[in-house]
Design a protein around this ligand. Structure first.
Ligand code: NAD
Length: 320
């Protein structure tokens, strides 16, 4: 008798990271995936969204009963309001969509025997000014944005549900993610599209701020490692997921110019740095390497080159 497939609830499945996760699961008979999002605007090819082991559901992760209806084994919770700068303009929406929704899913996980919850945290949970590279054991600093604060709160919720109810979870602190299906507002895509179209780029601040840009293919691998890592090791923990390299915004623009063959492009304008933008991020990868055996594979140059091919419509690049 073939083994029963593992039943997975994936929230935020129509989003940037969610679509890349869905792609890894689609067609793999070891899993049955319920893919939940508020919207039904997938940019994936039809054979992925129509895969026999995938059920697309439109609905709110904050009220869903899918865990109970299908007795899900795993929850991958990526739904939420992303966007650091935007969060200060609408704090309550972020609290509602990130904190309340996460609480609902943990409560459902507790009630219906989910064996592991993997949820999206963020490098924003570190606040600003911690020594680099950022290490998970560093004490929390005040968040620089409502968004970062909601991610700190999600980690607290996970801790509570483990300590009080034994719900096992992994919080992944993603560092600035780029890659196929990225939103038009994200830096790598925004810069690439502007350079290609010869329209101006806006850089916030002087561009010396650094980020640990991380390819979405590595994010997906880290999510899978979190689900399959030994139950003995995984209880309730938080891990960095970063490429482990630091690159300034100015260096990123130079790289994209070079890869697009546009060294002459100079239509760069500056606006003041937003208070919610931290000065630097860089992930220490030791904890996740030791506990889950995950190490990032994609260097920025090759990841951006592959992303540019995806932007050009190369179908081979959809599956990074
Ligand atoms: N992209 C990054 O660089 C990055 C970095 C750190 C953390 N994260 C986190 O990773 C997660 C995924 O990020 P992303 O970049 O894919 O964001 P995204 O905005 O592209 O995707 C989020 C998806 O969640 C859906 N959604 C929002 N609220 C929902 C709800 N209540 N019920 C159902 N669906 C809902 C949205 O419709 C969207 O499709 C988010 O939690 C984000 O905060 C992302």
């Amino acid at each position: 008798m073939p083994a029963m497939p593992i039943r997975v609830l994936l929230t935020g499945s129509a989003g940037f990271i969610g679509q890349n996760v869905l792609r890894r699961f689609a067609g793999d008979a070891r899993y049955s995936v319920w893919a939940l999002d508020l919207r039904n605007t997938y940019t994936l090819p039809k054979h992925i969204t129509d895969a026999a082991n995938v059920t697309l559901c439109v609905g709110d992760a904050g009220t869903t009963t899918l865990i109970e209806d299908h007795l899900c084994d795993w929850v991958i919770h990526l739904a939420g309001s992303a966007g650091v700068r935007e969060s200060d303009a609408d704090p309550l929406a972020y609290i509602d969509n990130n904190v309340r929704v996460t609480t609902h899913l943990f409560e459902q996980a507790r009630l219906h025997g989910v064996t592991r919850v993997v949820y999206a945290s963020s490098s924003s949970a570190y606040g600003d000014g911690a020594p680099l590279p950022l290490v998970e054991s560093d004490p929390n600093r005040p968040a620089c944005s409502i968004y970062g604060m909601t991610k700190q709160m999600c980690e607290t919720i996970a801790q509570y549900y483990y300590t009080r109810h034994g719900v096992k979870s992994v919080g992944l602190r993603f560092f600035t993610v780029y890659g196929p299906h990225g939103r038009p507002t994200m830096a790598v895509r925004r810069f690439a599209e502007a350079i290609r179209a010869d329209t101006p780029i806006v850089i916030y601040g002087d561009g010396t701020q650094t980020r640990d840009f991380t390819c979405v293919s590595d994010i997906v691998s880290a999510i899978l490692a979190s689900l399959t890592g030994s139950s003995r090791l995984v209880k309730c923990d938080v891990f960095n997921v970063g490429a482990g390299d630091s690159c300034s915004v100015n260096e990123l623009v130079e790289l994209i110019k070079e890869l697009l063959g546009r060294p002459d492009y100079d239509r760069i304008t500056h606006q003041p740095r937003h208070a919610a933008d931290v000065g630097a991020t860089l992930a220490c990868g030791k904890h996740i390497a030791k506990q889950l055996g995950f190490t990032p594979k994609t260097k920025l140059r090759s990841g951006v080159a592959q992303f540019l091919r995806w932007l050009d419509g190369d179908p081979a690049m959809g599956h990074l």
